[in-house]
Structures are given as structure tokens and as C-alpha cells.
Design a protein around this ligand. Structure first.
Ligand code: GTP
Ligand code: MG
Length: 324
């Protein structure tokens, strides 16, 4: 049997073939060279889905909440794609397996597609692979895309930046408000969720967050970030969260969603360019080997990087680049 082609898979994707959807996401994840051409063929179908990122400390209840949100969206006849991203883990570890089990009641529903991603090895990093996977789900025709990632570091922020709306999920105890502020989670939030509202300390966390938001975000131009109290385990407050998600979406639509998305796409081009240029220099042009030799001679890393980049740039003629 011949190897599956980009065109064949794009065609199947547009026909609603879930196998093709899964395969194209794997291509994105593994940096397969067929991914780019396959996405090109369906890219005019990208841009219709609403993308919502869920982030927050480990164990805050993100998966439970995403499952409840997906359930509510399904009741509203919307189709849902779920991406559980774990950038910190090189393999699909126990947590993701747990996610799959927790999300199991959604997994049998044909209106839901669930996928976990854990590879760090993808071209351009996990954030680029996540956006690519969202694009594939979008082209496939899923109306709502929910992305879950643990909010602990830069890679995770990059992942949530794939979304139009970012929901930060906190809970009383381990992931309290102060820690969230330290981790910079409030800055990325369009919506704050206090999950586990059934536990003591939830009211306090909620009022702390309202106060913190008031202090930090006095600007009139920014979205008034709501604090939504939820108990994902029982589904309480989920409809309020959906209403806030819809409000944020409407707010974006009133602003300039295409311009915001363009800005994000521009960043993707830049990230892809960074990665393509640096890997070409590193391997094809031998900069990696040269850097190794210079390190062995005792030169400092920043000095080597500075010299090598100066050398690479000196060899480029601006005239050549400016011609269209
Ligand atoms: N009491 C209570 N427990 C909850 C609630 N929501 C989730 N949990 C519990 O919190 C634990 C963690 O839930 P998960 O949904 O796995 O949390 P997570 O944020 O996805 O965790 P990681 O993906 O591992 O970071 C589980 O034992 C859930 O049953 C809630 O509303 N109330
Ligand atoms: Mg989870």
C-alpha cells in the first residue's frame, strides 16, 4: 500500500473522517513533512471555531470542568474538540490517562473529539503543534475547541495563547489566589473560575480574586474579567461559565477578532521562521559543530552565539530579501 498522502488526508478530513483528523494531528505533533501541505489544502476552512483555553494549577479541576463544559455544549447541539496538552511530560503519563478516563463519557459521542498531546519534540514546540491541531479540528468543522493545559510555565502560556478566550481555573487550598498571582495566571485570564466551590475557602478565594482584579485591571479598555464560582464535580455554575464565555466571545467580535487572530498568526510565522532558520544554520550549515568546537576552546556560549549570528546575518544581502 502506498504511503498516505497530504492530499488524500485533506480530502478525507473535509469529508468528516475522524481517522484523518487523528492522523493529521499526529503529523502536527511529530513535525511530519506532510502536515504543512495537508493544512494548506484545508486552510480556507480554518477560523470558524471558538477556541477556549483552560489553564491553572495541577489538580484545580480543569479536566473535570472541561468535561462539564463539553457536556453542556453538546446539550446545546454544538460539536466539541478537546485537546489535553501536557508540555512538561515527554510521554502520555498517568495524568493524561486519568483525563481520558474522566472524559470517557464524552469519548463515545460522535460530536466530540478528544485528543491528548505531550510531545516536546514537535517542530516549533508544543505551542505550535497545539495551534496546528486546533486548526485541523477547526477545518474538520468542530465548532468549539477546548484546550486544557497545566498553568506552570512559559510553554503553558504559549499553549493558552492558541485560544481566543483563556479561562484560568483555581480552587481553594493548593492553587490559591496568591500563588496564581505569583505565577502570572491573572494576567492571562479572560475569565477566572473558582472551582470546588463546595469546599471551604472558596468564598474567600473568590473575594480575594475580585479584589486583586480590581487593583490590577482598572483600565476601561480591557475586558472586565469575571470571577465565576463553579463546582465542576456537580456541574454547579457551569452554565454561568458558558454565559461568560459567550460574553467574552461577543466582546471580541465587537473589537477586532480578525486583527487579534492575525496578530497571533504573525507570531506563529515568526516562531516557525525562527525554528526553520536556526535549524538550517545549526545542522545544514554546520553551526552546531562549529559551536561545539568553540566551546571546547573555552569560548563563552553568548559570545559564540553572537559571533555566529553576526556571521549569518553578514552573509545575507538585504537587497536580495527585499525583492518580492
Ligand atoms: N470537591 C470537589 N472536587 C473536585 C471538583 N472538581 C474536580 N474535583 C476533584 O479534583 C481532582 C482533580 O481534578 P482534575 O479535573 O483531574 O484536575 P486537573 O486540574 O485536570 O488536574 P491535572 O490535569 O492533573 O492538573 C479530582 O479528584 C476531582 O474529582 C469540585 O468541584 N469539587
Ligand atoms: Mg487534567
Amino acid at each position: 500500500m502506498s504511503a498516505p498522502t497530504a492530499a488524500g488526508f485533506s480530502e478525507r478530513l473535509l469529508q468528516g473522517d475522524r481517522g484523518a483528523l487523528a492522523r493529521m494531528i499526529s503529523w502536527a505533533e511529530n513535525g511530519d513533512e506532510r502536515f504543512g501541505p495537508a493544512l494548506d489544502l484545508v486552510y480556507n476552512r480554518v477560523g470558524r471555531a471558538a477556541r477556549t483555553g483552560f489553564t491553572g494549577p495541577p489538580g484545580a479541576g480543569k479536566s473535570t470542568l472541561v468535561n462539564e463544559v463539553a457536556k453542556a455544549l453538546r446539550q446545546d447541539q454544538q460539536t466539541v474538540g478537546i485537546l489535553a496538552v501536557d508540555p512538561s511530560s515527554p510521554f502520555s503519563g498517568g495524568a493524561l490517562l486519568g483525563d481520558r478516563i474522566r472524559m470517557e463519557d464524552r469519548a463515545l459521542d460522535p460530536g466530540v473529539f478528544i485528543r491528548s498531546m505531550a510531545s516536546r519534540e514537535s517542530r516549533g514546540g508544543i505551542a505550535a503543534a497545539t495551534v496546528d491541531a486546533c486548526d485541523v479540528m477547526d477545518a474538520f468543522g468542530l465548532g468549539q475547541i477546548l484546550i486544557e493545559t497545566v498553568g506552570v510555565g512559559q510553554a503553558e502560556y504559549d499553549v493558552v495563547s492558541a485560544a481566543d478566550t483563556v479561562v484560568v481555573v483555581l480552587c481553594p487550598g493548593a492553587g490559591d489566589g496568591i500563588q496564581a498571582m505569583k505565577a502570572g495566571l491573572l494576567e492571562v485570564a479572560d475569565i477566572l473560575v473558582v472551582n470546588k466551590s463546595d469546599l471551604s475557602g472558596a468564598d474567600r478565594l473568590e473575594s480575594d480574586l475580585v479584589e486583586a482584579l480590581h487593583v490590577r485591571f482598572g483600565r476601561e479598555s480591557s475586558f472586565p474579567v469575571p470571577v465565576v464560582s463553579v463546582s465542576a464535580a456537580s456541574g454547579k455554575g457551569v452554565s454561568e461559565l458558558l454565559a461568560s464565555m459567550a460574553t467574552h466571545k461577543a466582546w471580541l467580535a465587537e473589537r477586532d477578532l480578525p486583527a487579534l487572530r492575525l496578530e497571533k498568526r504573525l507570531q506563529r510565522v515568526r516562531a516557525a521562521l525562527d525554528s526553520a532558520v536556526s535549524s538550517a544554520l545549526w545542522t545544514r550549515l554546520g553551526f552546531g559543530a562549529r559551536a561545539r568546537a568553540q566551546l571546547e576552546q573555552g569560548l563563552a556560549p553568548h559570545r559564540i552565539a553572537h559571533d555566529l549570528s553576526a556571521r549569518a546575518l553578514a552573509s545575507i544581502s538585504p537587497q536580495d530579501l527585499r525583492t518580492s
